[in-house]
Design a protein around this ligand. Structure first.
Ligand code: CA
Length: 228
């Protein structure tokens, strides 16, 4: 069986070491690089399945390295970001990163996020139409059913929910949701996403009060877990 190789780009030895131990323990092959430059060099000859990329590296910004990594591989990238830097999380996702993990993180969380991203990449979610018992999209009628009940959605609510459903577990920033949901997105209106999500939640809640499939990522945006 081909082992899954994960590149860890992290200049903090203690973090790198614990991450490496944890992933090795889960049966992943890992390679650690202290600098972005070393990682780029390695990418010329090898193709990892996933890259964990620290935002603050000694030889440059993780964002800059992300751009250069993207020229060499399509492998998913998860940013490791500092606790107080929400702006970094937003920037990373908007550049096209697959996820972000906030330091300090638990190893259990890290492994779960790595597995979730790998799963997403290996088997892109089937269009939800007919595929889920919980949500069903009928795009011809512009209708979404939740637990077999039709939701009465505005156009923007429909588009928001459709976007989230088509990429379960993926975190979308407000700007990304605006791009998907509005024909002429005006980024001064990013906060209106919040009110649409709020009303969407209300409609879902009416059908199933004990479930909350839409997750809020504070200061970042939203994701959806159908079964949550
Ligand atoms: Ca660092």
């Amino acid at each position: 069986m081909k082992s899954i190789c994960i590149f860890i780009v992290e200049d903090e030895p203690s973090i790198a070491q614990t991450v490496q131990f944890a992933l090795d323990d889960e049966g992943f092959a890992t390679e650690h690089f202290t600098t972005g430059t070393d990682c780029l060099k390695a990418l010329e000859n090898s193709a990892p399945s996933l890259v964990l990329l620290d935002v603050g590296l000694v030889d440059g910004s993780g964002f800059e390295f992300f751009r250069r990594i993207r020229r060499l591989t399509e492998a998913p990238v998860i940013f490791l970001t500092a606790r107080d830097a929400e702006i970094d999380r937003v920037a990373g996702l908007e550049m096209g990163a697959d996820d972000y993990i906030v330091k300090p993180f638990s190893l259990r969380e890290l492994v779960a996020r790595v597995r979730a991203v790998l799963r997403r990449v290996e088997s892109p979610p089937a269009p939800v139409a007919g595929g889920s018992d919980i949500f069903r999209i009928d795009s011809e009628r512009r209708q979404i059913h939740y637990h077999a009940q039709p939701l009465a959605l505005t156009l923007h609510e429909y588009r928001l929910l459709q976007t989230l459903l088509n990429h379960p577990e993926r975190v979308f920033t407000r700007a990304q949701l605006l791009e998907h949901g509005w024909d002429n997105p005006d980024h001064r209106l990013e906060r209106t996403i919040d009110s649409h999500i709020k009303s969407l939640r209300g409609k879902l809640h009416k059908i199933k009060p004990d479930a909350d499939p839409i997750c809020t990522h504070r200061g970042v945006g939203y994701s959806l877990i159908p079964g949550a």
